[in-house]
Design a protein around this ligand. Structure first.
Ligand code: B16
Ligand code: MG
Length: 217
């Protein structure tokens, strides 16, 4: 059985979390309260709608449906202004090395992200051609930890879930991979990602031997 690799986007391939943070912070400040980087941790891997719900809970603000939707648009416009300036320099360390290694071995790769902006971001950093399938927030109905996003990705690259490896920086994403019966690799703090089958601080710590072992399994 051949192995497939599925990558989360934000926090795994690029550090767009900092732009999400700036856009949410601006909205919070406009609404009269602060939003810390620590609070932003709980926004990772979470849908835009759910993030706004949490933000308004933090600020103790009630909104009409109309207001809510307007703030969603405003936050995304601010976020897109940051994305417009992105280039290859924002790809996280050693990600191209790993992608090139897997591509040269003809290993199918997919993106599995909660973001509705995944395709423009991949185009900006010129990584879109590496992925045989892109499953993003425009295509899923159930958010991580529901395994839907990764199961669709596995199906589209033609690999059985049990033969897929998922790279994730959010606990909800690790849980989704585990529920899907995939091998989960946490990228980031081992404390946050303790449910992962393997854990690395970043891709610089991932060796080709480690990848070879995953492929052989
Ligand atoms: P958008 P991932 C997630 O991306 C982010 O981690 C999360 O903070 C964000 O709210 C979500 O995408 C939705 O993003 O507003 O661009 O649709 O980590 O699943 O790649
Ligand atoms: Mg992520």
């Amino acid at each position: 059985e051949k192995t497939g690799f599925i990558f989360d986007l934000d926090g795994v391939i690029v550090d767009t979390a900092k732009y999400h943070y700036l856009a949410w912070k601006k909205l919070a400040n406009e609404l009269g309260f602060d939003f810390t980087e620590e609070q932003n941790e709980s926004f990772k891997g979470v849908s835009r709608r759910r993030c706004l719900e949490i933000l308004l809970e933090i600020g103790g603000i009630e909104a009409s449906q109309e207001q809510f939707d307007r703030w969603l648009v405003e936050k995304n416009e601010d976020y897109l202004a940051y994305i417009a300036e992105m280039d290859e320099s924002e790809i996280l360390a050693d990600v191209p090395k790993v992608l090139n290694y897997l591509r040269q071995l003809d290993v199918p790769m997919a993106l599995g992200s909660a973001s509705k902006n995944a395709v423009p971001i991949l185009e900006k950093v010129k990584l879109l051609p590496y992925f045989k399938a892109v499953v993003d927030g425009t295509r899923v109905t159930k958010a991580k930890p529901d395994p839907e996003v990764f199961l669709i990705a596995a199906d589209e690259i033609g690999v059985a879930p049990s033969s897929c490896v998922v790279f994730e920086d959010a606990l909800a994403g690790i849980e989704a991979a585990n529920i899907a019966g995939m091998t989960s690799v946490g990228i980031g703090s081992p404390e946050i990602l303790e449910a992962a089958d393997h854990n690395f601080w970043d891709f610089t710590a991932i060796s080709t031997e480690f990848l070879d072992n995953l492929i052989r399994q």
